[in-house]
Design a protein around this ligand. Structure first.
Ligand code: NAP
Length: 461
């Protein structure tokens, strides 16, 4: 062992107490990485392999024996072998009787087999106590010590004592065991490492779709229309102006979409008169990805802030301001201060700043390290009350920005309104519905329904 690993060994908890020998079947990448980590933590390790020849890759202090010999030396056997090779375990059933078998395996596809690998193992060796663990930790992370992102180890099994023994090993390796219950949970645990940002799929696809739609919408209105009717080339709008239209529009729509499912759920509960009937699947899924929708909205809002900050240094903006000044000077005109416009412009900026500040606060409180430190009531207060306030401020920011041009014919090109006008539709619907729902005649029955009261108990399942 190298100098570093002997240090780790010295620091490992309870190294003075003799630890039980652990057997690992399979000298592949994972078996070797786990064995190495176990030896560092003070566990004697014996490998069960098809070939008893040791190689330089195998941890120095480990023994390599045949499967049967190795199994006899330990009460805990980690099966670091792919599921399709499990059949070799059947003839070993007698030796494995009463032992703890730890299934670490993963599959290539979600729900690849009808049963989980751990249940399959339990069927092949019925006398053994099968525990599922370690499948969410990678060999690379074990070897390199970069376990920060995968410190949690999901553990499940039908035998409580066996599960406890495995959880003790997990702790001794410096990882955090999470008891997931019986072996029935194994399939879910096996699917876990195969998932690719499951909660992010809908928000990302939706924002990509909306971005594409609003990009072409703005391109038609702001570049193609002036080119055809005024022969002006505004193609450079693609770099900053159009993104700075799309970002606030998406931030506002996505923020409103965070709160729309809650409002719809309230309407459904009021209509049904009970909370004991399941919501439609699409609404359940939508509610589950609200945090991700909110974070994507925050990303768009942050981009809007950045794009807005560079406005004064844009060549087009500087040219427009200087042309106005020169034209006033040439015509010997002065423009008096329009106090109404000054109020509108300052209010618009102030609402934007406050809205963005609360938006960031919402984003920060959704981080697990922060949300774990507030109680449920505090979390709901921030996400619901401050969330609606953010939506009100951001909607007001957009209304103050362009409200005065709603009826102006110049706002419509080919009958297409400005993109920001479209962005107000969903937030306004959400805010109006929410406003209606807080009327006592609706809020009181809704609160009672959420406390368990039913209007027509025969509907409950
Ligand atoms: P691997 O490198 O392919 O090693 C698997 C080992 O299984 C081989 O080295 C071999 O060991 C043994 N084996 C192969 N064919 C066999 C057969 N027909 N009969 C008996 N034993 C056989 O795979 P691995 O990456 O170490 O993964 C092992 C298990 O850990 C898999 O179930 C995998 O899903 C799981 N896992 C891996 C990782 C990872 O990062 N690699 C992470 C989590 C979980 P011998 O030559 O010594 O017999």
């Amino acid at each position: 062992m190298n100098k570093n690993s002997s240090n780790t060994m010295a620091l490992a908890p309870n190294t003075s107490n003799k630890r039980e020998t652990v057997c690992i079947f399979g000298t592949g990448d994972f078996g070797r990485a786990l064995g190495h980590k176990m030896i560092q933590s003070g566990y004697p390790v014996v490998y069960g392999s098809r070939s008893t020849q040791t190689s330089s890759l195998i941890p120095k202090d480990a023994e390599v024996l045949s499967h049967a010999e190795a199994a006899q030396k330990a009460a805990i056997i980690i099966i670091a072998i792919q599921r399709q090779h499990y059949n070799f375990l059947t003839p070993l059933a007698e030796i494995l009787h009463g032992k703890v078998l730890v299934d670490v395996s993963n599959n290539l596809k979600i729900n690849q087999y009808p049963d989980s690998n751990a249940e399959h193992l339990a069927q092949l060796v019925p006398g053994a106590k099968v525990v599922k663990a370690f499948n969410t930790v990678s060999a690379w992370a074990l070897q390199s010590g970069t376990l920060d992102a995968s410190r949690q180890v999901f553990v499940c099994g039908n035998d409580t004592e066996a599960k406890q023994t495995v959880m003790d090993i997990v702790r001794a390796l410096g990882l955090t065991p999470l008891d997931q219950g019986s072996l029935l949970a194994a399939q879910e645990i096996e699917n876990y490492p195969l998932q690719l940002f499951p909660m992010w799929k809908f928000p990302i696809l939706l924002s990509l779709g909306l971005t594409a739609f609003f990009f072409f919408y703005c391109l038609i209105r702001d570049v193609i229309y002036p080119y055809i009717y005024e022969n002006k080339d505004f193609s450079f709008f693609i770099a900053i102006s159009i993104p700075n239209r799309i970002c606030p529009v998406l931030a506002l729509i996505l923020l409103a979409l965070v709160y729309l499912p809650g409002v719809l759920a309230a309407i459904i509960q009021l209509y049904r008169g009970t909370k004991y009937r399941r919501f439609p699947d699409w609404l359940d899924k939508w509610m589950l990805c609200r945090k991700q929708l909110g974070l994507v909205a925050l990303a768009f809002a942050s981009l809007h802030v950045l794009y807005t900050l560079v406005i004064p240094i844009r060549s087009f903006v500087r040219w427009r301001i200087s042309s106005q000044i020169i034209s006033q000077a040439q015509n010997n005109e002065t423009e008096p201060l329009n106090t109404t416009n000054a109020w509108l412009s300052d209010s618009y900026v102030a609402l934007g700043i406050l809205g963005f500040f609360l938006f960031v606060l919402l984003g920060i409180t959704s981080l697990p390290s922060v949300s774990n430190n507030v109680n449920w009531r505090e979390f709901r207060f921030i996400q619901s009350k401050l969330g609606y306030l953010t939506l009100v401020l951001c909607t007001a920011h957009t209304l103050v920005y362009g409200g005065k041009w709603f009826l102006s014919p110049s706002s419509y090109r080919w009958y297409l309104p400005n993109a920001y006008m479209l962005s107000l539709i969903v937030p306004c619907i959400v805010l109006v519905l929410k406003f209606v729902l807080i009327f006592p005649c609706l809020d009181k029955p809704l609160t009672r329904i959420r406390q368990g009261w039913e209007r027509n108990p025969q509907y409950s399942e």
